[in-house]
Ligand binder design. Structure first.
Ligand SMILES: C[S@@+](CC[C@H](N)C(=O)[O-])C[C@H]1O[C@@H](n2cnc3c(N)ncnc32)[C@H](O)[C@@H]1O
Length: 254
């Protein structure tokens, strides 16, 4: 499955506004002065920019992604960062040398449970904290409401549980399941809500999001998602969407 730099750029302000500031600050505080932050599924480096925007602009980053196009943008935007092109599937191969914090944003919902369990086990063995932000939590709501919102959401959620590359994705369960798995490894886990709140001033993001939701819902079997899409698109300038996410911080046992 592919993500374009345009889509990641469109969603970045909403992501930044949604992130739980306390969890991000606590994650940044974990990083020893000479350590590297490894960002899994980095895309163009949005996580690093979020840390910088919240005052943590002196961190050393290692970006890991399998998309060469996104990494090229990351390399240009963050010349000081290490960029590693590779697949996340093999957790035992993650480049943890010199790493003081592992991060991921908008990634856990794409990953299967065994992958998260393997990650938690590897990070526990290495005593490295984990910050996983912006995992979709299955809740979508609009004001004003449309009669098909709940049915489209249900189909979209079913689609989110499909295979996104390395096995059936956790999708809407990713925050709660990841919290459970890290806690079982002895991590001290904090989970916090980080919803997108998209108003009429974010019409481009809202429209692109609606397209993606309708396409996924259609693929998952909703017969009239196109009708819902047309109605929702027509009212973007008068409506607000709330899309649920959660942020997770897992601190290893000492
Ligand atoms: C939703 S995007 C999030 C990107 C970035 N973290 C952000 O918040 O803008 C998911 C990212 O994970 C990467 N990704 C997904 N599956 C991957 C895999 N198996 N190996 C490496 N990267 C992967 C994609 O290429 C994409 O950049």
């Amino acid at each position: 499955m592919g993500f374009t730099a345009d889509w990641l750029s469109l969603r970045e302000p909403a992501d930044l506004a949604a992130r739980n500031a306390d969890l991000l600050a606590r994650a940044a505080a974990c990083v020893p002065a000479d350590a590297v932050v490894l960002d899994l599924g980095s895309g163009t480096g949005s996580t690093a920019r979020a840390f910088a925007a919240m005052g943590h602009d002196a961190l050393r980053w290692r970006f890991l992604d399998n998309d060469a196009t996104l990494l090229a943008v990351a390399r240009q935007t963050h010349p000081g960062a290490e960029c590693v092109q590779g697949d996340l599937g093999a957790v035992e191969d993650l480049p943890l040398q010199g790493v003081g914090l592992v991060t991921a944003s908008a990634l856990l919902d794409l990953m299967p449970l065994p992958w998260v369990a393997a990650l938690a086990g590897r990070l526990r063995a290495a005593a490295i904290p984990f910050y996983g932000a912006l995992s979709y939590d299955g809740h979508m709501g609009w004001t004003p409401a449309h009669g098909e919102d709940a049915a489209v959401t249900a189909r979209f959620n079913a689609h989110q549980r499909g295979n996104k590359g390395i096995g059936a994705a956790l999708g809407p369960d990713s925050g709660a399941q990841s919290a459970r798995v890290f806690a079982a490894e002895g991590f001290e886990v904090t989970l916090a809500d980080s919803p997108w709140v998209i108003g009429p001033d974010q019409a481009a993001l809202h429209a692109a999001l609606l397209e993606g939701i309708a396409a996924a819902a259609t693929e998952a079997g909703h017969a009239t998602a196109d009708v819902w899409l047309a109605a929702r698109r027509a009212s973007v300038a008068q409506s607000q969407a709330e899309i649920g996410h959660s942020d997770l911080l897992a601190l290893p046992p000492s």
